[in-house]
Write a new protein. Structure first.
Lengths: 296, 305
């Protein structure tokens, strides 16, 4: 296991989610991972999914960890904008930030491509929990957060954590994949609706998904009383992923007796990340920390 | 010195009297011109409980004006509508304490002691809270210079049934529900912004607050008139909503309903829903998470254009 990891910079460690020849649903192809930098580092066609672990100083650490799922419509990952910048920000509050570079659906290099992001998400959570000691975190204080399509993946993990979508390959897969809490930023939640983000649906489920598949991945329909406590943040004027997505998820959580917190700001559009340029909106990060401090 | 003179001036104009050092009470209407008023032996009740001051059977509605030091003043004012199920007013808990808190941020706080529906001392009792709310807004706007506030920075906040009244004012400010009594009634009654705390928006079948609100459920026209989510237009003022998800008295569905209606009409809407807090939490001083709503409120006011 140690052999798989290598040190990136001073603070962070990148680890592969799977042993190299045991990546589930992987099909050999000449597809190559692409990194494009244009204001945002966009990663696409991920072949070897990883976690990038950012740890605070031990004396700052509060024992909580957050896995971060960047958005990008299940087509790319906004890797620094909704990933590493978030991890570093969390470190400033003593929270371990772990960016998940999950595979995006690809009919070229994967079988059952609609399950692949969830497969990687399940594994990422298990891997972090199995390494709680190494990362100086409590094994029952591991949360997840996701933005946009990454919010869909996070809410999929939060509602499908018990599903067997791959064959266990080692001890890591015996660990629970249930997140202890989840935070969703302008998340895609529902499919097949007026408020659906069409791009995410197309990339995850294909052009003509069956109604059962749409229902399976419409996460407001998959909430149970085991779904973890949830924090939602959205802008009311989001044109790409309407705020209705957060509202229906909030209602489903409440319906099932799950603790739910919702902050809707009047303006901000879609994909605002830390929103450093908007004095009002950017306070959402403080709402997140308050919420995390008040979890039981 | 300046404040004393101001108080005296207001007293002369309105027959007001001073309560304490900071605040001034002004009747909403000239004594013999209170709309929909019917003479009766009903008397206003003040019940000081161990928890809070409850006022009932209001006969002469008024505003209590709390002003910050001129040097602290931001120019904004907020009229405060305490809750109490259209039956009583939680006058200090959701009224004067809020006004004083606003003063701490340089905002004028004005507590509205509105009449509650009474079949004994009023005609068309379902309209009476709205009549008083419109008048209160107009009086404050007409006194903008006296209160050292800007006439286009006058907001409203209401809690529970007071939130219903605020939503009603925000969606019915243009409606003529009484005959003008003086030049004050030429002022616009449109709030510039509105905040709703665990607000009643309409009356779902199961809503305890609705049981006491004095309107007759058997009259569908009145029900429709006060279904405030259906009354939202693009002119409805920007809104700030807060609610606890576990509210057993007024379900959070009320805020969601109103939020969706505002968003549908393109009205800027802000909403903060906390996981716990129940109903009627006011400043929520004993809940470290929930009490943050007041800071969210100030941030929101600062962000308004």
């Amino acid at each position: 296991m140690l052999a798989m990891s290598f040190s990136g910079f001073a603070q962070d460690t990148i680890m592969s989610l799977w042993p190299k020849d045991k990546i589930p649903n992987h099909v050999n192809s000449d597809e190559k991972e692409i990194h494009e930098r244009n204001g945002i580092l966009r990663i696409s066609k991920v072949q070897d999914p990883t976690i990038e672990v950012y740890l605070p100083a031990k004396s700052n650490a509060n024992g909580q960890a957050m896995l971060i799922f960047p958005g990008g419509g299940y087509h790319i990952l906004a890797y620094d904008w909704e990933g590493t910048d978030i991890a570093k920000f969390l470190n400033g509050k003593g929270i371990v930030g772990i960016v998940v570079k999950y595979r995006l659906p690809s009919s070229v290099s994967q079988t059952d491509m609609h399950n692949v992001p969830l497969i990687d998400a399940l594994r990422a959570l298990r891997l972090v929990r199995s390494k709680a000691k190494d990362f100086n975190i409590n094994a029952n204080k591991i949360g997840i957060m996701g933005f946009s399509a990454g919010g869909h993946l996070a809410s999929t993990l939060g509602t499908h954590f018990n599903e067997k979508v791959y064959t266990p390959i080692d001890d890591v897969d015996e660990v629970s994949a249930r997140p202890d809490f989840m935070a969703l930023g302008y998340p895609v939640i529902t499919f097949g609706e007026q408020s659906t983000h069409k791009g995410s649906q197309k990339y995850l489920l294909g052009e003509a998904p069956k109604p059962e598949m749409i229902a399976h991945f419409s996460n407001e329909k998959q909430v149970t009383n085991e779904t973890p406590p949830t924090f939602l943040v959205h802008a009311a004027d989001d044109k790409a992923v309407p705020v209705e997505n957060s509202l229906v998820f909030f209602e489903a959580l409440k319906e099932n007796g799950v603790l739910a917190t919702l902050h809707v700001y009047p303006k901000g559009g879609h994909g605002f990340s830390l929103a450093r340029k908007d004095m009002h909106l950017r306070t959402w990060t403080e709402r997140l920390f308050e919420w995390m401090e008040n979890l039981e | 010195m300046g404040k004393k003179i101001l108080v005296v001036l207001i007293s002369l104009f309105f027959g007001a009297y001073s309560l304490g050092a900071q605040d001034t009470i002004i009747p909403l209407w000239p004594k013999d011109k209170i709309p929909n008023y019917v003479k009766s032996d009903e008397k206003e009740t003040h019940v000081q409980g161990d928890d809070l001051l409850r006022i009932g059977k209001v006969q002469e509605p008024d505003i209590a004006v709390y002003l910050p030091a001129e040097k602290n003043a931001t120019g904004e004012a907020v009229l405060i509508f305490p809750g109490g199920g259209y039956h009583i007013l939680a006058y200090d808990w959701e009224g004067t304490d809020i006004a004083k808190y606003l003063n701490g941020k340089g905002i004028a706080g004005i507590v509205v002691k509105y009449r509650m529906p009474s079949s004994v001392s009023q005609t068309d009792k379902h309209l009476v809270p709205l009549i008083d709310a419109q008048r209160a807004l107009r009086i404050v706007r007409s006194n903008a210079a006296n209160f050292n506030i800007k006439p286009n920075k006058i907001g409203v906040i209401g809690f529970s049934a007071g939130g219903h009244l605020v939503a009603t004012l925000g969606t019915h400010y243009n409606e003529k529900v009484y005959e003008p009594v003086d030049s004050i009634d030429k002022e616009s009654a449109r709030p510039d912004f509105m905040a709703l705390g665990y607000a009643v928006i309409r009356r779902p079948a199961k809503n305890d607050e609705a049981e006491k609100d004095g309107t007759n459920k058997k009259e569908p026209s009145i029900m429709a008139y006060f279904a405030n989510d259906e009354r939202v237009t693009s002119e409805t003022p920007p809104a700030f909503l807060f609610h606890a998800a576990d509210d057993p008295g007024v379900p959070v569905a009320n805020s969601l309903l109103f939020f969706r209606a505002l968003t549908d009409k393109g009205v800027p809407a802000t909403m903060h829903i906390y996981p716990k807090g129940g109903h009627g939490f006011s400043l929520a001083r004993d809940n470290a998470h929930l009490r943050g709503w007041t800071d969210r409120f100030f941030e929101w006011i600062e962000s308004l254009e």
